[in-house]
Design a binder for this molecule. Sequence first.
Ligand code: HPA
Length: 246
Amino acid sequence: MSLYAVIGGTGLCHLEALTNVRQVSVDTPYGAPSSPLTYGQLGTQSWVFLARHGDPHHIPPHAINYRANLWALREAGVAGVIAAAASGGIRSDMAPAVLAIPDQIIDYTWGREHTLYADGTPPVEHTDFSFPYHAGLRSGLLQAGQRAGLDLIDGGVYGCTQGPRLETVAEIRRMERDGCDLVGMTGMPEASLARELGLPYASCAIVANWAAGKEDGEISMEEIMAHLKTGMARFVSLLQHFGGPA
Ligand code: HPA
């Protein structure tokens, strides 16, 4: 049976539903990953869980060691990576607590260690990234959603901002003009590093709030955490019904 990785984000620092749990601390040429690797069973699959922000949550999006995280998962021998991505909803159907399986990315981040080709070793390759998410893993997630009775949105453009602050209304308007449907802070360089390492990667966006300016007033952390609680329970159900790529 294949081993799949789950990268948990804000609202999912540990995966309580895992059984037969074994925790392993690892190191990589890029330093330590955000958390130990937690191996276990969920549904019909074997999983290894990594907490992107650490457990407890303490690493902000721009300071995550994405290279170490993806390297550690590749070394663990995973067949693919499924990332949980807390997001703000821009498009009108991306409402709080909705789950979406994005199919495109726009990267607005800066200054992050975003490639394994940073210092000239190994020789630079220009990795194809036309379709940033793995088609088979995306379909596998959509099928799992059907089995779980979840109403997943198929597709969407995920815009990745630098954080840790939320966006201004004008920034969200610009992202909307660019074609973004969702906004989050951690999808990049995670997705492109997975591609550089040859790891199939797909993401499940869990909408935590309407993006700035999409409803009256300011965005509160309480609102974000409340919707994430509902959304993450749905995400765990999705994992429980995951049967591999389709
Ligand atoms: N913007 C960026 N990242 C997020 C948001 C948001 O509104 N909500 C949850 N993660």
